[in-house]
Design a protein. Structure first.
Length: 280
């Protein structure tokens, strides 16, 4: 039975590196300062134990401050940050995590991701992440916005496969992500769904509203529950107290098989931001 405390193992080869909570708080575009601090504090008070940030978001300092202020023991909170594009390359990537740790005020993160597949440098960057894992500065390593050809490149390099691939996933693009989803499942790579709420673009879709009405839930709750039942780690983002609370109220109901199939068929190949599908 899924709960806000549910976790799944992240694997590097046959070794379980750490367990990741299936539900977390995204902080993309959460503003620097008190807004992000308050959002993280409220999420932790509600039982969230997973916070996703990135160097590019500019709010690592606030995420770290909120975690310390919360009083929740560090080992109970799963923290992700990411390597930004201008920090690619072996030496630069090694230093970039040190800089993120300093901003967060932490000795280690639970997951360090390559944020975007930067051509020509991502191989060096991945080797750096392998080194950072060995040093204990991160408990697991992964990628973000990697499509099938990017992941197959790692296979050809005979590199350690990522424990996680964080990509945009929702009912509105699932079918267009079939290849990468199937590859990840075959290779024990956990899929994290960012922008699971389509950045609000589809929350008034009549077909989605019909399902939401059937369950007496909000459209956002239906989209989050769909992600969980599809086996994805889901990262809804909000700084609004009511929505942070609402997004977490998805563990006391489930979608039936027919409604899951209906949602799967919503596919529009939707990309609410930059689409990495054609990135070389």
């Amino acid at each position: 039975m899924l709960s806000i405390d549910s976790r799944i193992p992240l694997k590097h080869g046959t070794t379980t590196a750490v367990e990741i909570p299936v539900f977390g708080l995204g902080t993309y575009r959460s503003p620097r300062g008190q807004g992000t601090r308050d959002a993280v504090l409220q999420a932790l008070e509600l039982g969230y134990r997973h916070v996703d940030t990135a160097r590019a978001y500019g709010n690592e300092k606030d995420v770290g401050a909120a975690i310390r202020e919360s009083g929740v023991p560090r080992e109970e909170v799963f923290i992700t940050t990411k390597l930004w594009n201008e920090d690619h390359g072996f030496a630069r990537a090694l230093g970039a995590l040190d800089e993120s740790l300093a901003r967060l005020g932490l000795d280690y993160v639970d997951l360090y991701l390559i944020h975007w597949p930067v051509r020509g440098l991502r191989e060096e960057s991945w080797r750096a992440l392998e080194a950072l894992l060995a040093e204990g500065k991160t408990r697991a390593i992964g990628v973000s916005n990697y499509m099938l050809h990017h992941l197959e490149e790692l296979l050809r390099l005979e590199a350690m496969l990522p424990a996680v691939n964080q990509i945009e996933l929702s009912p509105y693009n699932l079918q267009s992500r079939d290849e990468v989803v199937n590859f990840c499942r075959k290779n024990d790579i956990v899929l994290e769904a960012y922008s699971p709420l389509t950045k609000g673009q589809k929350l008034k879709d009549p077909a989605l509203l019909e399902i939401a009405t059937k369950y007496g839930r909000s459209p956002a709750q239906i989209l989050i529950r769909w992600s969980l039942q599809r086996g994805f780690v889901v990262l809804p983002k909000s700084v609004t107290p009511e929505r942070i609370r609402e997004n977490a109220r998805v563990f006391d109901f489930s979608l039936d098989d027919d409604d899951m199939a209906t949602l799967d068929a919503f596919n529009e190949a939707l990309a609410t931001g930059w689409d990495p599908t054609s990135a070389p």
